[in-house]
Design a binder for this molecule. Sequence first.
Ligand code: KIV
Length: 278
Amino acid sequence: MTKVKTPIPKFKEMKKEGQKLRMVTAYDYQMAVLVDKTEIELILVGDSLGMVVLGLSGTNQVTLEDMIHHIRPVVKGAPNTVIVGDLPFGSYNVNAEQAVISANRLVKEGGCDCVKLEGGIHMADKVEAIVKAGIPVMAHIGLTPQTSSQLGGFKVQGKDLESAKRMIEEAKALEKAGAFAVVVECVPAQIGKRLSESIDIPTIGIGAGPDCDGQVLVTQDMIGMFDRFVPKFVKQYAKVGETIVKAFNEFAGEVQRQEFPGPEHCFAIKDEVLEKLY
Ligand code: KIV
């Protein structure tokens, strides 16, 4: 399979044609290389970096510098996949100018193809300004982890009439502002469907049901490497964490029992050279 990077305007056509978009996260070169070998169209260098890689309790302490540092190796590792750089908390919520400056940094210093930001109608002016500056924007509504304390925690969103209606208005406003896609996190499946029917740009769901135009998962969740907390919407496609722990334990045991390294792992020197050494 020869993979080519999907041009960003094609995502809207894919939605029209009923083709699903696939996105996973990556934060380093190694994982990016693996994703690039697959059909997955998009890699999100998400601010989930905070929990998954940096060991933080949430995403809000992640900085623009952290994001740039992790976007760079992902861009190197996956030249045939669209790379989305996540704008971290505090890098775009002041005003549109700050949002453009931060997006410019992710693209210029990190090398990503586009950026993602969280929020609805109140973020539409930032989306519009970044798009006008020439950078494609992916929006993110529903459960927005950066403002989860305002939402009352990590809860399913859009369960009552008022908030479901508001979310549909938000999706429309973000589309009007020029976003090329919108991540929809943690909403009832029926609302994921309604949202997807309400706009022409693709929705990419995470805990938003099967009728979104695409799906995204955090890689470490889906391969079973991050088990501090496994949300209901995650399907674990592998148990990589268990495999790694087993390998570490085998290594530790073999070293202790002096079974590793074996002769096949050793280098030799000629006897006559060795004799002269003493
Ligand atoms: O940061 C992230 O990984 C995300 C996904 C959960 C969509 O925003």
